[in-house]
Design a protein around this ligand. Sequence first.
Ligand SMILES: Cc1cc2nc3c(=O)[nH]c(=O)nc-3n(C[C@H](O)[C@H](O)[C@H](O)COP(=O)(O)O)c2cc1C
Length: 183
Amino acid sequence: MANVVAICGSLRKGSFNRQLMNTSIELAPAGMTIKEAPSFAAVPVYNHDVQDSSGFPKEVEAIHQAILAADGVLIVSPEYNWSIPGGMKNTIDWLSRYKEVCFKDKPVCIQSAAGGLLGGSRMQYHLRMTLTAIEAQLFGKPEVLVTFAAKKFADGKLTDQPTIDMVKQQLAEFGKFIARVKV
Ligand SMILES: Cc1cc2nc3c(=O)[nH]c(=O)nc-3n(C[C@H](O)[C@H](O)[C@H](O)COP(=O)(O)O)c2cc1C
């Protein structure tokens, strides 16, 4: 059984990315469970002096432990100004400062939903760069990029069937990827 921890890059109550993450949690294939990671909402801005004087904030420690214990990570995030939302990037920066980096060798799958035509693709590529720097194992294809998000969700749920099918396919392949690369 692969246990996957999910992180949503948006803190917004009506977030399309949160709805997409919840869809993945519901659609997890046989042999996989997906559970949301502790929230990064209260993670302070990274400051090396704070790390030296007070250690890691408890909010960061909780996420660190959740990822360490997981077989894989699913990141579902919007794109902010062509890149990774600052709150999530800041959290990854904190996580990268542990002696044992929780993302090292960890299989990671990415999804995004955005208002426009590119579906968060630039965020996905930037996130791939950042996660490569901390030696995660990045799942490649199929990609899940939800374009024109407002048209694909209704009543708090993903309703667009081709997108639902893509999510199912991606999670099935991610499950195989985890089994193949698990250290
Ligand atoms: C600060 C900010 C920056 C944004 N920049 C982009 C962007 O670069 N590309 C894009 O496709 N959408 C951008 N958007 C629009 C988001 O795609 C849209 O608000 C989306 O619904 C956010 O995801 P959420 O619904 O999960 O919160 C931006 C939104 C915000 C709040």
